[in-house]
Design a protein around this ligand. Structure first.
Ligand code: NIG
Ligand code: FE
Length: 431
């Protein structure tokens, strides 16, 4: 994870949205096909793979800022949830939300993701908890994936918590699980609405045994498991992740040394979500250092959601990973690029700057990759490229040596860089 393969004074040749060559600027400029290419000079800034956010709850209608204040005054996340707030409050709002409002909110968030260097994100349902509402979220995710450039990988999280209407009866949980397994999952598979199935395994949500049954149903339909595991209490969910061959076990704050050893031997990606601990004011972060030292596959994600982690910034998440979990800046960058892509089963196509891969790139207005987490809380993303197209660019450029559009009209043809920059703003496809 510490081997970044940095190329000083590097260049990337892009053709038809794919990376055609990578190397030093001299090497690339010598190529015949590069001579015909439009050149964009990023003037000494750093270029990294487009960031991959492998855990988000993108679709929600309103923030929970009031709960944030309650927590600061002493209420815990679980107390708020038990009194009908928390996830259930977002479920109530989502069920009542109008489609255009939901879509507008999501589009605005997606623009911000792109502005922070994210080119691919996983997004979960789970705030509907009845089939019409879950389907609405998943269909909206599909629609958003077609409408705007950030790639969206959908996950079905019907088993987020037991919905309110099933709670009064003793058998309610079992009835809801039957609904998830017998009706919702087959419908998700039929409509191809998700590739992954997530379950929130914790006290106040689902047990290991219940999750095992849900994953068996999901697997039979071709959906790959991923889990919210060992976040608030130690339940055995990490072991379940290994048992069911999950793509990822996320959170893991409560894992013990045996879990760490077992996870390190498994193919399960361990996804750290330090934004939650930060936002909830919890001191016990997941043992990322121990997991990495033991040889586990470690990824980083924002867990963007209104309850526990309302950040969509992977650079900020990297900062938390470095200072709170002692991941090195290189490990943090690996964790939210190729390792996150691996957890989404997309590492053959995205997550690194390699020939043949999609040209998903992020430029930071910095000269050292370690400055990405170092300047925490500030967005230095300068340009984001998805499949070769600029999807975000910061205008005007902020550094003295930045490429600038010509001040006055001259007869000289603008440099390729300038032409490109102008085209971006005129065409209006810079988000
Ligand atoms: O990843 N833990 C469960 N789900 C989310 C929180 C959702 C919410 O509070 O709205 C999480 O932390
Ligand atoms: Fe989550």
């Amino acid at each position: 994870m510490r081997e970044l393969g940095i190329v000083a004074d590097g260049a990337v040749l892009i053709e038809e949205g794919r990376i055609a060559a990578v190397g030093t600027r001299r090497e690339i400029e010598r190529r015949a096909d590069a001579r015909r290419a439009l050149k964009l000079d990023i003037a000494g800034r750093i270029l990294v793979p487009g960031l991959v956010d492998s855990h988000t709850h993108l679709i929600f209608p309103v923030s929970r800022a009031a709960e944030y204040e309650q927590r600061i005054s002493g209420a815990t996340y679980e107390e708020i949830a038990r009194s009908g707030g928390g996830i259930l409050s977002t479920v109530r709002h989502l069920r009542a939300a109008r489609a255009p409002a939901l879509e507008r909110a999501a589009l605005a968030f997606l623009q911000e993701f792109a502005a922070h260097g994210t080119t691919t994100l996983e997004a979960k349902s789970g705030y509907g908890l009845d089939w019409p509402s879950e389907r609405r979220i998943l269909r909206l995710l599909r629609e958003l994936g077609r409408q705007q450039p950030v790639e969206i990988v959908p996950t079905f999280l019907g088993a987020h918590v037991i919905p309110p209407e099933y709670r009064p009866h003793k058998t309610g949980a079992e009835e809801y699980i039957a609904r998830v397994c017998k009706d919702m999952l087959p419908a998700v598979a039929r409509e191809k609405l998700a590739q992954f199935c997530d379950v929130f395994v914790d006290r106040g949500a689902f047990t290991v045994d219940q999750a095992r049954r849900i994953f068996a149903a999901a697997r039979a339909l071709g959906l790959v498991p991923r889990l919210h595991a060992e976040q608030l209490s130690h339940t055995g969910a990490a072991r379940l992740a290994i048992e069911v061959g999950a793509a990822s076990a996320d959170h893991l704050e409560q894992v013990d040394t045996n879990d760490i050893r077992a996870l390190a031997k498994s193919g399960v990606t361990c996804t750290m979500l330090p934004g939650c601990n930060f936002h909830l004011g919890l001191r016990q972060y997941a043992p990322a250092r121990a997991l990495i030292n033991a040889g586990a596959i470690v990824a980083l994600a924002t867990d963007f959601n209104p309850g526990t982690s309302p950040t969509l910034s992977l650079p900020m998440t990297m900062a938390l990973a470095c200072t709170q979990m002692r991941m090195t800046p290189a490990e943090a960058l690996t964790a939210c690029t190729i390792n996150a892509a691996h957890s989404l089963r997309l590492d053959a196509r995205i997550g690194s700057i390699e020939v043949g891969k999609d040209a998903d790139l992020a430029v930071f207005d910095l000269c050292d990759y370690r400055e990405i987490p170092y300047y925490f809380g500030v967005n230095y993303c300068w340009m984001t490229v998805k499949r070769g197209s600029t999807v975000y660019s910061r205008q005007p450029a902020t550094r003295a040596d930045s490429p600038r559009p010509p001040k006055t009209r001259t007869r000289r043809a603008p440099r390729a860089t300038e032409a490109r920059m102008t085209e971006i703003s005129d065409a209006g496809y810079a988000l």
